[in-house]
Design a protein around this ligand. Structure first.
Ligand code: PHE
Length: 454
């Protein structure tokens, strides 16, 4: 019995929603700069391996838990292991969604602001660092711009709440069916522009010829952390979307589509960015500033740069929005299922609280500029807790739960019913019981040593 829970009305609904969750700032902002600082193609090779042996099995695992229980993360663990503390893993997921969305929305707000910056036109003699700083609110001598980043953060949260309040089918599914095709078209236009620039080949060479001398232990850690974040794993977003799957949907195939689309789009985003960066003689290893400082400088030099800059930040904002809705959906589904709240009430109230929790990371560049946690500003601190702690811990406990409590064998049988063209074989149990937990434990410990020990 599926009861009166809403369900995706067709297979494409789930694939686009889950791919929309996966494809976000992680693909277009984070992936290129992580690749840039880790030496290009060599990183991609390692990343692809982690996606296959960790990302895909975790995707299948979360989809299966959601589809089986038809519940939000807390309810799902309660249903699978009644009267045990396992529900706390779900609770950690809901909390993580809350934290990630609060600063994700701040960065997405910068992206919205940049759409208008780009329309006004970037000029070669502009000081891009200062454009970035005024957009995010850093005081560069004319007094800090406190209000505008907060307003963009608010607008972005309001859009997210609007979609979630409208429901799974009428909100999420309806919007991803409109936004995901637009995202793909924008990305393709930008790739064609970038790779046909004179001088693009240096960027292609950097991106396509692996230099394994740049590979260190850090590269592996970055690859694993990136796979969790980019695939929306470890906090119940995929579990929650999986809970709106109906019985006849195949898990192996749909999971394959989501992982494939996310990975494909991240790699394609690299093709839009590196050739352009190199063609204009700029640095690929700029780190987090690659998107907001290096690229606007690229658009300033590029013929038609106003137009392409506009398209790029529109793309980035759309990608962020389809991810943000999945984060808010986790929190909303928990209140609706467990506390019996009306959906719109849950979405609005949580949206307001998440907006408020997002104020400190936004103010971290002016009023709270003195804040430092191990040298990180407020936004990086939130991000560190989410990515270095909550997502890996959530993923680890979920893998252990499904591997040993539900039992990998049973999860495997469930995932193969109905069977699709990708069969979940015995390799699944091996990966979920041993390889995934081991890899996450290594990442967790190394990450902590890196942060506190060094
Ligand atoms: N996957 C999203 C991205 O790449 C971020 C995200 C993480 C979304 C966790 C939902 C849950 O930007």
């Amino acid at each position: 019995m599926l009861g009166d829970r809403e369900h995706w009305t067709n297979r494409l609904g789930f694939i686009l929603a889950a791919a929309g969750s996966a494809v976000g700032l992680g693909n277009i902002w984070r992936f290129p700069y992580v690749t840039g600082v880790n030496g290009g193609a060599a990183f991609i090779v390692i990343y692809l391996i982690t996606i296959i042996i960790i990302g895909y099995p975790m995707m299948v695992t979360e989809m299966a838990l959601g589809k089986k229980t038809q519940k939000n993360p807390v309810g799902a663990f309660k249903a699978m292991a009644p009267n045990s503390p396992w529900w706390l893993v779900g609770a950690l997921g809901v909390f993580t969604g809350f934290v990630i969305l609060s600063y994700y929305s701040v960065v997405a707000g910068w992206s919205l602001a940049y759409i208008f910056r780009a329309l006004a036109g970037f000029a070669p003699d502009m000081d891009f660092v200062s454009i970035f700083y005024t957009t995010i609110g850093v005081d560069i001598g004319e007094g800090p711009n406190i209000i505008s980043p907060l307003i963009w953060h608010l607008i972005f949260m309001a859009l997210t709440v609007g979609i979630i309040a409208a429901g799974v089918v009428k909100g999420i599914q309806r919007w991803v069916k409109i936004l995901m095709p637009i995202l793909l078209i924008l990305l393709l236009i930008l790739v064609v522009r970038a790779v046909t620039l004179p001088g693009a080949s240096a960027g292609l060479a950097f991106y396509l010829s692996p230099d394994f001398s740049e590979v260190t232990g850090r590269t592996f850690l970055d690859a694993i952390a990136q796979s969790f974040f980019t695939l929306s794993l470890g906090m119940g977003a995929i579990l929650t979307y999986g809970s709106y799957l109906s019985k006849e949907t195949t898990i192996g195939d749909n999971g394959g589509w989501v992982v494939g689309l996310d990975t494909g789009i991240a790699i394609i985003a690299g093709f839009a960015i590196f050739p352009a960066v190199f063609a204009l003689g700029m640095e690929p290893g700029a780190g987090p500033g690659l998107t907001f400082i290096t690229l606007p400088a690229v658009f300033a030099e590029l013929p038609g740069g106003t137009f392409f800059g506009f398209l790029f930040f529109l793309l980035l904002s759309i990608a962020a929005l389809t991810s943000a809705i999945s984060l808010l959906e986790v929190v909303t589904a928990w209140l609706v299922d467990e506390k019996g709240w009306a959906r719109s009430r849950a979405a609005i109230l949580m949206g307001v609280i998440i907006f408020l929790v997002g104020i400190p990371p936004s103010l971290g560049y002016n009023v709270l500029g003195g804040f430092s946690f191990l040298g990180m500003d407020v936004l990086d601190t939130y991000d560190w807790f989410a990515n270095a702690l909550f997502l890996p811990i959530g993923g680890l406990l979920t893998a252990i739960f499904v591997g040993y409590v539900w039992q990998a064998k049973k999860a495997q049988e469930f995932a193969n019913d109905p069977p699709g063209s990708i069969r979940i074989g015995d390799w699944y149990g091996f990966l979920i019981k041993y390889i995934v937990p081991l890899a996450i434990i290594v990442v967790l410990i190394a990450g902590l040593i890196d942060t506190f020990g060094g």
